[in-house]
Design a protein. Structure first.
Length: 257
């Protein structure tokens, strides 16, 4: 969901400009706790495709890897300086880290399986991957209003079986419940707050929106506004406004040797 590729270029349609990433992509403390539980008692942790370091926990000694100069420049001064490297060729010795993590980034890699094998090589303990299950991406209500966006997301996320095969060992896959007031601005974070997705700044951090044209974005805006105004959205999906958590496509894989 971060807008970058592993050659350091922006992973967005040409001409799209990210003005809302830092504001909208604020780590959610409940998702952060799920990540921390998966890391267990690890001390030295590798973060691959680290971006701005949103979910890096000060309780860990973090080594961050991020190939995009723009993303490295946005990392807060309190965080470790990220190393310019790619997942597929990590510059570390075997078993260097207690644990490693890739959060919202595997779909950006040129070769996800090679990157995960590298993470496994340099990690003694758990490797965790926060990603989306492409088989469930289209189950979200947004598909009724912006199918091209979710078709794009579903194509980009690797199948969970591919990821598990590359990680090897014992792999568990758990859905990550998304809270109603989730502070992290990915599409499903607005499952019960559809009006917020009418704000272009809320959509902008989700790079799939940049792969559709202006006409498609206008059609989405018109159709959702009409459905909200007529009550059609609430008739179909209004129960989500009061659901405390939502189990969508967001999952956490944890692999141990």
């Amino acid at each position: 969901m971060d807008m970058r590729t592993h050659d350091g270029s922006a992973d967005v349609h040409p001409g799209a400009v990210d003005t809302g990433h830092s504001f909208r992509r604020r780590p959610d403390e409940r998702i952060a706790r799920a990540i921390a539980r998966a890391l267990g008692d690890a001390h030295h942790v590798l973060n691959v495709g680290a971006g701005t370091g949103s979910y890096e926990n000060p309780a860990h000694t973090i080594t961050a890897v991020e190939p995009s100069l723009a993303m490295r420049a946005q990392r807060p001064a309190r965080l470790a300086t990220a190393i310019d490297a790619v997942a597929e060729d990590l510059p570390f010795t075997d078993g260097r880290f207690d644990a490693s993590m890739a959060l919202f980034s595997v779909h950006q890699w040129s070769d996800a399986e090679a990157g995960l094998r590298e993470m496994r090589r340099v990690t003694r303990g758990p490797v965790i991957v926060l990603t989306c299950d492409p088989a469930r991406v289209r189950d979200f209500w947004l598909y009724d209003y912006a199918p091209d966006v979710l078709d794009t997301e579903a194509r980009r996320y690797p199948r969970l079986s591919r990821l598990a095969g590359a990680l090897g060992g014992t792999v568990t896959t758990r859905p990550v419940p998304i809270p109603l007031d989730c502070t992290d601005g990915f599409n499903e974070a607005y499952y019960g707050r559809p009006e917020l997705l009418l704000d272009p700044a809320a959509r902008q951090p989700c790079s799939a929106w940049s792969f559709i044209d202006d006409r498609a974005r206008q059609d989405f805006d018109t159709s959702l506004r009409r459905a909200l105004g007529s009550g059609a959205w609430d008739e179909a999906f209004g129960h989500l406004r009061h659901r405390p958590t939502y189990s969508g496509s967001l999952v956490l894989l944890r692999a141990t040797p």
